[in-house]
Design a protein around this ligand. Structure first.
Ligand code: FRU
Length: 511
């Protein structure tokens, strides 16, 4: 959290309300950042999050709380774990203590246990340090008590934070494992425990790959490769700020193995430093190539072993200045992640969680040839998110571009374009509307995209002030916030420099 400028809310209240997303979680009238304590329990997804209960800029860090049964409709609840005169309550995770190892619940009625970072304040006996603490809930996550024996794990460090705890069973036995960070050393530190209260050091991973900022909010989980239970790899997620590929905050990951003690990254997910000691960020593995997907972590205890992640849709470069009021900041859509073999290597593929029945598309196009031409698509609808699904053969065209949230007859739009010469997909928000509220906001992000048998596959979700792009079945993701001028809702696809074939294109309003 590096940006501290506070701007008054930009546009008038009614404009801000118009751009409040409908599928993405926002707190009603306060600030939020990182998702915390993502857990599924008794049929309910709980989203806790870094929240300032008193304002819409960062501060007074506490855990806000929302619940959902489908990851799309969220209900906000009172603050779950509040800051006090001793500590701010920074990021962390929640486990369901099925075996009552902590003694906070019973086996019949297990407690939820939150492991969070106490960022100790001046005047506390622990002042100047960050350490890990516990809180527990015996009413399925609705009310929380801080543990009297806090903190349970410190290192005398001022930057030891963001514990993600999971239950491990494997060659090293059964235990709780914690991954946390020594943020300024670009290290993930691992610990184990039998009861969540007493922790034993295991190992350290890093620095590696992107190291140009603080390492924050790690996660570690196993996934079968191509769904094969006999071929399991471990994924270590490490968020970094600043120093991500698109600038500022972002999430990188490593694929490797975890033996209960140590995470070892596969050789091919490590990027050797160049001769001058720098790392080419384009060769690291990124969860998202856009500007606005940070602090992403996965749900504990999700049903059917699904691995579902949510990120904070924002970037510390300008987070406190977003032109919305009274709310500020949103979560990404939930994403189901899997490991698939891509060019011979296990890589994450991501799929947004969307309504099971998205309804009839407002327009469907099939097998249309576009030669240096433009096709008008249905406008985005206020009060609905827009889903665009496309399969396009760029053919001889130089570029295939979608102009989103555009002005009719004008030039303003968010432009998503595929350049067939460079084989890169770019999301350009430089002319998307209100970009002036912060000097670092106007930007264009791009990612390498390989066509599948000549086909570009896109799934784009536009939700008032955000664009999330899942390309090639989720092998490449680009997410950006945008603040279009009120009333700019136009959508078109435009082909330049040759002929492209639109094999399939469907535009659906999700309300
Ligand atoms: C990441 C982060 C975490 C910290 C929290 C504080 O965005 O900086 O490292 O726990 O936010 O709000």
């Amino acid at each position: 959290m590096t940006e501290t400028t506070t701007h008054p809310a930009g546009p008038a209240e009614d404009t801000a309300l118009n751009i409040r997303p409908i599928l993405h979680y926002t707190a009603k009238n306060t600030w939020l950042n990182d998702p915390n304590g993502l857990v599924w329990h008794r049929g309910v997804y709980h989203l806790f999050y870094q929240n300032n209960p008193f304002d819409n800029v960062w501060g007074n860090m506490s855990w806000g709380h929302a619940t959902s049964t489908d990851l799309l409709h969220w209900t906000e609840h009172p603050v779950a774990i509040a800051c006090d005169e001793e500590e701010d309550v920074f990021s962390g995770s929640i486990v369901v203590d099925h075996d009552n190892t902590s003694g906070f619940g019973t086996v019949e009625d297990p407690a939820l246990v939150a492991i969070y970072t106490s960022a100790f304040k001046e005047g506390s006996v622990h002042q100047g340090t960050q350490a890990q603490s516990l809180a527990f809930s015996t009413d399925a996550g609705m009310t929380w008590s801080k543990y009297a024996g806090n903190p349970v794990l410190g290192r005398g460090s001022a930057h030891f934070r963001d514990p993600k705890v999971f239950s491990y069973e494997g060659p090293a036995g059964s235990c709780w494992v914690m991954v946390a960070v020594e943020a300024q050393h670009q290290q993930v530190v691992l610990y184990r425990s039998a009861n969540l209260k007493d922790w034993e050091y295991l190992s350290t991973f890093g620095p590696a790959n992107a190291t140009g900022g603080e390492w924050e909010c790690p996660d570690l989980f196993p996934l079968p490769v191509d769904g094969d239970p006999d071929s399991v790899k471990w994924v270590l997620v490490v968020n970094i700020n600043p120093g991500a590929v698109a600038g500022g905050s972002g999430g990188q990951y490593f694929v490797g193995d975890f033996d209960g003690v140590q995470f070892t990254a596969d050789f091919d997910s490590l990027v050797p430093a160049d001769a001058d000691g720098t790392t080419d960020l384009r060769h690291c593995l990124w969860l998202d190539w856009g500007r606005d997907y940070y602090a992403a972590v996965s749900f504990s205890n999700a049903p059917e072993n699904r691995r579902i992640m949510i990120g904070w849709m924002n970037n510390w470069d300008y987070a406190n200045s977003l032109p919305t009021s009274p709310w500020r900041s949103e979560m990404s859509l939930a994403r189901e992640v899997e490991l698939a073999t891509v060019d011979g290597l296990p890589r994450l593929v991501q799929r947004p969680v969307l309504p099971l029945d998205c309804g009839e598309p407002a327009r469907t196009i099939q097998d249309v040839e576009l030669h240096d031409s433009l096709l008008q698509l249905p406008d985005a609808t206020p009060g609905s998110a827009q889903l665009i699904e496309a399969e396009i053969l760029p053919g001889t065209a130089r570029t295939v571009a979608f102009r989103l949230l555009g002005a009719s007859g004008g030039t303003a739009a968010t432009v998503l374009s595929f350049d067939a010469v460079t084989s890169r997909l770019t999301l350009d928000r430089r002319n998307s509307g209100n970009t002036a509220f912060h000097g670092k906001f106007a930007s264009a992000e791009s990612a390498p995209v390989k066509l599948d048998g000549g086909v570009l596959r896109l799934r784009v979700i536009v939700d008032h002030c955000s664009v999330e792009v899942f390309a090639q079945g989720g092998r490449v993701v680009l997410s950006d916030l945008v603040f279009p001028v009120s009333g700019n809702l136009g959508t078109e696809v435009c082909v330049e420099g040759g002929t492209a074939i639109v094999r399939k294109l469907a535009v659906t309003a999700l309300s």
